[in-house]
Design a protein around this ligand. Structure first.
Ligand code: 26Q
Length: 798
């Protein structure tokens, strides 16, 4: 099908007529996109079947990665690349007058995630398949992914996202593998020949229908599966109010919840979690049963990984199957469960740790609750035996306490492995947040530093740079990203540097065009592109970035002798719809942009841009065009970060705090190739514990801080005098919880170092290339190998 451009073109035209019922001349870009998608599906179908058969054939162990989010982005281009047929496709389409790029641009992002955690899951799928590992994703087929962001007068407005409106060529509905998920009702307990039996009666059933998406490895025959569950009415349902039943059922897979830790206790979110878990565990067990008579050996052939605590109900659900259906003893069932499930923690923010009020939980999931109570009781008893009389220890570690179910405690107790996502994060878990559990189960805890798939974030996003790398060091890096280290010798090669600079300039020009088309702002492609793109959160400190811009503006206005290399500050961020403070920061960025961008006194030396609707496909255009990567979270707060790695891989230099994976980037590139500043995690945590920080002192003693803080409320933003009061209050009356003012001066120093270093373009490029050379470690191939070897015990398929 893809053997030559001529053959491809002929088949494409034929398929187009067959699938769209139109002649080529009447076809739209969407028709062409769908045709190409169908051809790819057909092309991989035998490999997909073969991978499935290999999985079923009883031999090796399988991993199932359960995640409430998979932030896939677009799939067509990546699939063509991984299959090695992109060039022939492009050439074939060109023969018949079609631009491949225009067809690719039609695809809407699959935005089934909020940010880091969801994108990590998507990168992991690519690495699993590319390493030939038997690992599959399981998630929810939300009808609407993360909201679409519009900016109206500087304010964020959310619109429902519609990724399925033109259908989805990648999914296959497998209704014959549907399973039913019970909610509500009650549990009938009876004694049958001396064994207690539990029957969940009068439950409301929802049918989970799987939609399977192929996950195509790079240059391998492996095609794994991402199974997304759709919530549909149970066919034999007999309740009188059928309409409200239908509505409530479909609501379960209707919307992705925005990352909102402030907005607690939504019962629909708990329904989603059990829906994912129950459907996934049942389908895993069903498929295991096809080749095994009993479930006693399940943990030897199956590993279930839970991505944060959102799928932590996998613990009681697997227990339920083993106890109630398989009639195992508690001890047998517990042994299997704890040897099947592993858990990744993605945060130490205590407000983000999931807790479900028992009064909501128990009526919705009565059997789950009973099992959790029993797990808790046995666990507390074992702690008591080890530490008799230590009530405090038991209270702190209990799974249910003070009217809530603590999902992190359930996940730790019910799994054999607990990992953090960067060294510092794993250390903080062990030494602080989860210290009590680390003492009880020291061997469970481990670190797996995050990674990103270099096949999307470099090979796909930056084809020119990729081609240049391959010309210099060969193509080995695509399958073995550590080979990027060979670029080190090119970092000081004049011809290489020159070519690298040309590519960066081209990418910056392309981003400048996007900026102009989407926001109307004209930016100078020769300016420093200084970029902060990530979810909007107080701890990520977009505010620190903005206050620095305001300082530069003031300085340029006041001091005519002061000049800088032109710098363009680019932001992209979605705020959770109910996160008031985060939305104010978006408005502030726009107000600063309005001040700065059109003030003739600034002479175009600084520009501020907010890119609307930040998402995976836009990110792919941003990283290759960046010079400076802003990773400025309050130390200890960002578990890892993964954007930092995407920037690095495209040659941007990091300005960052000693937080998350920034620390490991520093370890690799060395202090000359990264701009670090600010408090260390130890210092931040010690202030939280012992007090001693008074933001007002920094306000009083630093004129630069006083000026920018006052400007938030003194009418500097004309007609918006009250708009930013809450931001001002967060800094002063509320004593600046995230140490923005404390780190301000040190951040300015780092920015000044950037200004002075950027003037020596050759040196700057050397450092960029050093960053790329060291970025191989941050490929998710390395991360997934570590998971496979240390946690899951899975091996590449033949
Ligand atoms: C919670 C309650 C109700 C609704 C939604 C949520 C919710 C949803 C998503 C809470 C948190 C998330 C996402 C968290 C996340 O993305 N964490 C990030 O994970 C990355 C991958 O490990 C890390 O690199 C980041 O540091 C971490 O912030």
């Amino acid at each position: 099908m893809f053997s030559s451009k001529e053959r491809f073109a002929a088949l494409f035209l034929q398929r187009l007529e067959m699938t769209c019922g139109k002649s080529f001349k009447d076809s739209t870009k969407l028709d062409q996109y769908k045709t190409l998608g169908i051809m790819v599906r057909e092309y991989i179908s035998s490999n997909w079947i073969q991978t499935n058969e290999k999985s079923r054939s009883n031999s090796g162990k399988q991993t199932y990665y359960l995640s409430i989010e998979f932030l896939l982005g677009q799939l067509l281009d990546q699939n063509l690349i991984n299959l090695g047929v992109r060039d022939v496709t492009e050439a074939g389409l060109k023969e018949i007058g079609i631009s491949l790029q225009e067809v690719l641009d039609i695809e809407t992002d699959a935005g089934l995630g909020n940010g880091g955690l969801g994108r990590l899951a998507a990168c992991f799928l690519d690495s699993l398949a590319s390493l030939n590992l038997p690992g599959h994703g399981m998630g929810i087929r939300y009808k609407h992914g993360l909201f679409e962001q519009k900016i109206v007068d500087g304010h964020q407005v959310e619109l429902p996202e519609q990724w399925l409106k033109n259908g989805n060529v990648w999914e296959v509905r497998n209704a014959d593998q549907s399973v039913d998920v019970p909610f509500w009702g009650h549990v009938n307990v009876s004694d049958q020949n001396g064994r207690l039996t539990f029957r969940h009666e009068h439950a409301t059933l929802i049918t989970a229908v799987p939609y399977d998406i192929p996950v195509i490895g790079y240059d391998t025959g492996t095609v794994n599966t991402l199974r997304l569950w759709n919530a549909e009415p149970y066919i034999h349902h007999h309740e009188t109010d059928i309409l409200s039943y239908k509505r409530e059922t479909e609501a379960v897979s209707e919307f992705l919840y925005p990352d909102d830790t402030h907005d607690e206790g939504k019962i629909l979110r708990l329904k989603q979690q059990y829906f994912l878990v129950c459907a996934s565990v049942k389908s895993i067990v069903n498929s295991y049963r096809k080749t095994h008579k009993s479930l006693y050996g399940l943990h030897k052939k199956v590993s279930i990984h839970i991505n944060d605590t959102h799928p932590a109900l996998a613990v009681p659900e697997l227990m339920r199957i083993l106890l109630d259906e398989e009639k195992m003893s508690w001890e047998e069932a517990w042994h299997i469960t704890v040897h099947t499930i592993s858990y990744t923690n993605h945060t130490t923010l205590s407000e983000a740790l999931e807790k479900w009020p028992i009064h909501l939980f128990k009526p919705l999931l009565p059997r789950m609750y009973m099992i959790i109570e029993e797990i808790n009781e046995r666990f507390c008893r074992s702690v008591w035996e080890q530490y008799p009389g230590d009530w405090k220890r038991i209270e702190n570690a209990a799974i249910t306490a003070h009217g809530v179910v603590k999902m992190a405690h359930l996940a730790i107790v019910g799994s054999y492995s607990v990992n953090g996502v960067a060294k510092i994060h794993s250390d903080i878990l062990k030494e602080r947040e989860m210290k009590g559990f680390h003492i009880l189960f020291p061997k469970k805890f481990n670190n797996k530093t995050n990674g990103i798939t270099h096949r999307r974030w470099l090979l796909k996003a930056n084809p020119d740079l990729s081609a240049m790398i391959s010309e210099s060091i060969g193509e080995r890096w695509i399958k073995q990203p550590e080979a990027l280290i060979d670029l080190k010798s090119f970092a000081y090669d004049a011809a290489f540097i020159e070519q690298f600079q040309l590519i960066k300039e081209k990418k910056k020009q392309e981003l400048a065009d996007i900026i102009f088309c989407t926001s109307g702002v004209v930016v100078n492609p020769e300016s420093i592109f200084d970029v902060q793109v990530k979810r909007l959160h107080a701890y990520k400190r977009q505010l620190l970035n903005v206050l620095h811009i305001m300082y530069l503006y003031n300085r340029l206005k006041e001091d005519t002798g002061f000049s800088i290399h032109p710098q363009t500050f680019i932001f992209g961020a979605k705020a959770s719809p109910s996160y008031y403070y985060a939305k104010k920061i978006i408005k502030l960025i726009h107000s600063v942009a309005d001040k700065v961008n059109y003030d003739p006194a600034i002479r175009g030396l600084i520009k501020v841009v907010f890119l609307e609707n930040y998402r995976v496909s836009l990110a792919e255009r941003i990283f290759p065009a960046s010079d400076v990567s802003e990773q400025i979270s309050t130390a200890s707060k960002e578990a890892s970060g993964t954007g930092n790695m995407k920037f690095m891989m495209n040659g941007a230099l990091t300005i960052g705090t000693h937080d998350g994976a920034n620390i490991e980037i520093l370890e690799r590139v060395g202090p000359d190739c990264i701009y670090t500043f600010g408090l260390k995690a130890e210092e931040v945590l010690s202030y939280y514990e012992n007090g001693g920080y008074r933001s007002r002192e920094y306000y009083q003693h630093d004129r630069r801080i006083r000026q920018v803080a006052d400007q938030l409320i003194n009418g500097f933003f004309e007609g918006e005098a009250d708009e930013f009061e809450s931001i001002y209050d967060s800094l002063l009356p509320h004593n600046d919880e995230y140490f923005v003012l404390k780190d301000f001066s040190s951040y300015l120093d780092a920015q000044e170092r950037i200004q002075s270093d950027y003037r020596d373009r050759r040196k700057w490029s050397e450092r960029s290339i050093e960053n790329i050379a060291h970025s191989g470690y941050f490929s998710s191939d390395r991360t997934i190998r570590e998971y496979a070897e240390d946690i899951w015990g899975i091996k590449p398929m033949e």
